[in-house]
Design a protein around this ligand. Structure first.
Ligand code: NAD
Ligand code: ZN
Length: 248
């Protein structure tokens, strides 16, 4: 069901797409919560936090290699592509702020993407300054080729980690400067990301929520699309700009 929509994207000059796992659900990347959530088969405390990595890096890598292999097969959705097309037409008007670590926005062609929780394709070594980006899945060489002693680590924000300061600062700027924030497929349960749309709201932006289900933050949004990301974005762009509504 699509709620009242008199909203025209063309009426706004700076749009933030604030995305979560629900945007990638249609491409086959499991969400954390809801049907098929990955935490049903894995205990996250034993595979997605620093303590677990220090205790048993091979097991943590087994989980992340499972995720890499799964995500490597996934294509961007229509929703990802529509957002990328919008950015291509109006590069100064569009910023993506994503909680997703799957890289699907970039694969769809988006360039201005802030990854709040990092990327599963980026690796780092915490013992030296080694950095790497690779889509090899599963990753075979787990040890840092530079210092040779430590395990490489996925450059993602695990449970209990702090978010990257430089990303937080860029995201804060984007939130304060936008006049429209479209939140897509996020349960608003993972902090501090959950509260970020409110920064935009306090700065005067209009908030739109796309999610088939209500969330703890739904009350803060002026408009709601209670449907899937692909359907809502198609509808949103169709009513705003016929060129953007074409899908590949
Ligand atoms: P979440 O799993 O907590 O919630 C997903 C939300 O998407 C739910 O509210 C659900 O109702 C909604 N949803 C499901 N299908 C949808 C669809 N087709 N269209 C629109 N909405 C749909 O996701 P979240 O809020 O992003 O959780 C935050 C954490 O999950 C983040 O830390 C993120 O890094 C991580 N995560 C990322 C990925 C990914 O990179 N694709 C996958 C799983 C989890
Ligand atoms: Zn190293």
């Amino acid at each position: 069901m699509i709620a009242h929509m008199s909203l025209q994207i063309a009426d706004f000059s700076r749009v933030v797409f604030f995305t979560g796992a629900g945007l990638s659900a249609a491409s086959g990347v499991p969400t954390y919560r809801g049907k098929g959530g990955i935490w049903k088969s894995y205990d996250y405390e034993s595979c997605a936090c620093q303590e677990a990595f220090e205790r048993d890096p091979e097991y943590v890598w087994e989980f992340h290699n499972y995720r890499r292999s799964l995500i490597a097969k996934c294509e961007p959705t229509k929703g990802h592509r529509l957002i990328a097309r919008f950015e291509a037409q109006l590069p100064d008007a569009c910023v993506v702020v994503t909680q997703n670590i799957d890289g699907l926005h970039q694969l769809a062609g988006s360039r201005r993407v802030h990854e709040l929780h990092g990327s599963i394709w980026q690796l780092r070594c915490d013992r030296c300054s080694y950095r790497e980006e690779t889509r090899e899945a599963p990753l075979r060489e787990l040890h840092c080729p530079s210092c040779k002693s430590a395990y490489k680590r996925p450059n993602i924000v695990w449970f209990g980690d702090s978010l990257f300061p430089e990303v937080l600062s860029a995201v804060d700027d984007a939130l304060r400067q936008c006049d429209l924030l479209i939140s897509i497929g996020t349960s608003a349960q993972v902090y501090p990301a959950a509260q970020m749309p409110l920064v935009a709201k306090r700065a005067g932006a209009t908030l739109v929520e796309i999610n088939p289900e209500e969330t703890p933050l739904s009350h803060a949004y002026a408009h709601h699309y209670r449907t899937t990301a692909d359907e809502a974005l198609r509808e949103l762009f169709r009513s705003s700009d016929p060129r953007t509504s074409e899908t590949r």
